[in-house]
Design a protein around this ligand. Structure first.
Ligand SMILES: [Zn+2]
Length: 107
């Protein structure tokens, strides 16, 4: 199976554009290319019952983000305060950066 291309990277700030979390902003905490999914902090939280273990003798309920399809989010530009499209720019030293098409902010 070919890997799905994911347009965001770990630590990117993204906004959810569809589903019940639409409009929420969060930070990408994990990218799962095989599934075409990402984990975003505070988005799509599910509560899980945890059995007692060495770290947590009591067990109990923990909150954990569920993976969502990367197509449900867009990169969020903190400068524009909105979602944005990006273009790529090659710097003088040959490294590639992503640039906000609206304001020129680099990511
Ligand atoms: Zn911008």
């Amino acid at each position: 199976m070919a890997l799905n291309k994911i347009h965001v990277k770990k630590d990117d700030t993204v906004m959810v554009i569809s589903g019940k979390d639409a409009g929420k902003i969060g930070e990408v905490i994990e990218v799962i290319p095989k599934a075409g999914k990402i984990l975003v902090r505070g988005i799509s939280e599910v509560t899980k019952h945890q059995k007692p273990n060495k770290q947590n003798m009591q067990g109990g309920i923990v909150k954990k983000e569920a993976a969502i399809f990367s197509s449900k989010v867009m990169l969020y530009c903190k400068k524009c305060k909105s979602v944005t499209r990006i273009s790529h720019k090659i710097l003088d030293d040959g490294s590639k950066v992503r640039v906000c098409k609206k304001c020129g902010e680099t990511f």
